[in-house]
Design a protein around this ligand. Structure first.
Ligand code: SAH
Ligand code: CA
Length: 219
């Protein structure tokens, strides 16, 4: 099941998404449409979509940033939570994946809030740094794991003080805690977690929702 927390028994996750979490019909439709797409397991769960929408509302965020959009579920969850004049800049390298989401963004009436930038996210972020430093309220990092630290550094610069970064997959199905797991992605996430933990520029909390989400609040 897409977005299933690897640490939660399937029965409990099913109960949560069926009875506890509110998923707007258009988000449910996008989830359904994504089932046919390659790598549909990368999509965040409905519970995490709820959390991100709540954070955006709680912060009264207007300017959001997303690194790793896939078929656009997290972008849609965020866009639906934003006020009319809010926006989310979405970075992804794949036309194939992001084009799945576009009709649903339109159907939800939020396509004007979503500014999709196709290309390597590092390049897009570096372009943004020239004029958008300190202008963002919220960022979601969910693209290629070896680049996480580079994304994090750039997001910190793009955020205002009091802005929040949410980082996905920080537990990597528990591999980060397995000393025998030493592939490139696991190592990158382990190093990332260590660095964030020592980073005095932020206050942090880590949630065991989904595949582990770290929240870092810029001081
Ligand atoms: N947040 C999405 C899931 C993202 S999956 C959701 O809620 O459904 C990770 C995405 O990162 C993929 O779509 C992939 O194309 C993208 N990606 C991988 N490497 C990238 C890079 N260097 N720059 C931008 N996007 C990248
Ligand atoms: Ca993810």
């Amino acid at each position: 099941m897409a977005g299933r927390a690897p640490f939660l028994p399937d029965k409990i996750f099913r109960y949560i998404v069926e009875h506890v979490v509110r998923e707007a019909p258009v988000l449910a439709e996008l989830r359904q449409a994504t089932r046919k797409v390659r790598h549909s397991g990368m999509q965040i769960g409905a519970d995490q979509g709820n959390l991100m929408a709540l954070l955006v509302k709680l912060m009264r965020a207007k300017r959001c940033l997303e690194i790793g959009t896939y078929t656009g579920y997290s972008a849609l969850a965020v866009a639906l939570a934003l006020p009319e004049d809010g926006s989310v800049v979405c970075c992804d390298i794949s036309e194939e994946f992001t084009s799945v989401g576009k009709p649903f963004w339109k159907k939800a009436g939020v396509e004007k809030k979503i500014d999709l930038r196709i290309g390597p996210a590092l390049r897009t972020l570096d372009e943004m740094l020239a004029k958008d430093k300190g202008r963002f309220d919220f960022a979601f990092i969910d693209a290629d794991k070896p680049s996480y630290w580079s994304y994090y550094e750039r997001c910190l610069e793009l955020l205002r003080p009091g802005g929040l970064i949410a980082v996905d997959n920080v537990l990597w199905s528990g591999e980060v805690a397995d000393p025998k797991a030493n592939d490139q992605q696991t190592i990158a996430l382990r190093v990332f977690n260590e660095r964030v933990n020592k980073d005095e520029r932020v206050d942090t909390a880590m949630l065991t929702i989904g595949d582990g989400v770290t929240l870092a609040l810029k001081r």
